[in-house]
Design a protein around this ligand. Structure first.
Ligand code: AMP
Ligand code: ZN
Length: 115
């Protein structure tokens, strides 16, 4: 059985605050928000990180990027106000949940540093 917390959320075994869903993508509110908008956008198909992207899951990653654009538009995020999209990848990238996800942060003027 898969022991991945995001796979359990996708399977409905752990509750989450769903923001967006389609056949390939789920987006949920981050449980520990760092900005007024803090959404995690992930492929439904498990892959550990962007470093695991290959021809078998490239479509899923593309679907995640398209979903980010849709979610942003639904939330009133435009080129006028903007957002930050972050992907923590592997140990040096401080990734804590090993299921690919992108952080969508918005709703206030964010700081200039990302490290
Ligand atoms: P990362 O450090 O990039 O792997 O980010 C993992 C993110 O998942 C963190 O921002 C956590 O707050 C968030 N997180 C962990 N567990 C949950 C959960 N059950 N529901 C929503 N967000 C979660
Ligand atoms: Zn998973």
């Amino acid at each position: 059985m898969c022991n991945c917390i995001f796979c359990k959320i996708i399977a409905g075994e752990i509750p989450s605050a769903k923001v967006y869903e389609d056949d390939k993508v789920l987006a949920i509110k981050d449980i520990n928000p760092q900005a007024p908008v803090h959404v995690l956008v992930m492929p439904k198909k498990h892959m550990s990180s962007l470093l695991a992207m290959d021809s078998s899951n490239a479509e899923d990653v593309t679907a995640v990027m398209s979903a980010i654009t849709k979610i942003a538009a639904d939330m009133g995020i435009s080129e006028e106000n903007g957002m930050r999209v972050i992907n923590n990848c592997g140990p040096d990238g401080a990734q804590s949940v090993m299921h690919l996800h992108f952080h969508l942060l918005a709703g206030r003027k964010l700081g200039e540093t990302i490290v």
